[in-house]
Design a protein. Structure first.
Length: 131
């Protein structure tokens, strides 16, 4: 473990981008200036965002501050999770094995497919008429 006091991690998911700052502290977690539980109304999203902390058992030892923008709340939760995981790896390299085992350091590459010209959507086609 290094002697730095702030560790940074960037996470992306769908069209969301999260910039996460991790520092030693009492376990305070804020997203865009609001508490984590208040920002994510659903418990599933709170659990998804906190997953790297629970895997490494660092929930009460680190303060988390994140700025997140773009996308919806599900994508933002995934982006925060990846950002926290990357910052934890920088904080202590010993966490890398546990985070890798749970696939928390892997960026989810699935994105929205672009709409094609001359058609109503990405895959949808206008109805074919023979006559």
């Amino acid at each position: 473990m290094a002697t730095k006091s702030v560790y940074l991690g960037t996470g992306r998911r769908k069209s969301s981008v999260a910039r996460v700052r991790v520092s030693p502290g009492s376990g305070q977690q804020t997203i865009n200036g609001r508490p984590l539980e208040e920002y994510f109304a659903r418990d599933v999203l709170v659990l998804r965002a906190r997953r790297p902390l629970s895997v490494t058992e660092m929930e009460d030892k680190l303060d988390i501050s994140a700025r997140v923008d773009g996308g919806g709340i599900a994508g933002q939760a995934g982006a925060i999770s990846l950002g926290i995981a990357r910052a934890l790896k920088e904080y202590d390299l010993a966490h890398k094995a546990a985070l890798d085992k749970e696939s928390l350091l892997t960026r989810d590459p699935r994105m929205k497919e672009r709409k094609k010209y001359g058609q109503p959507g990405a895959r949808k086609r206008f109805q074919f008429s023979k006559r």
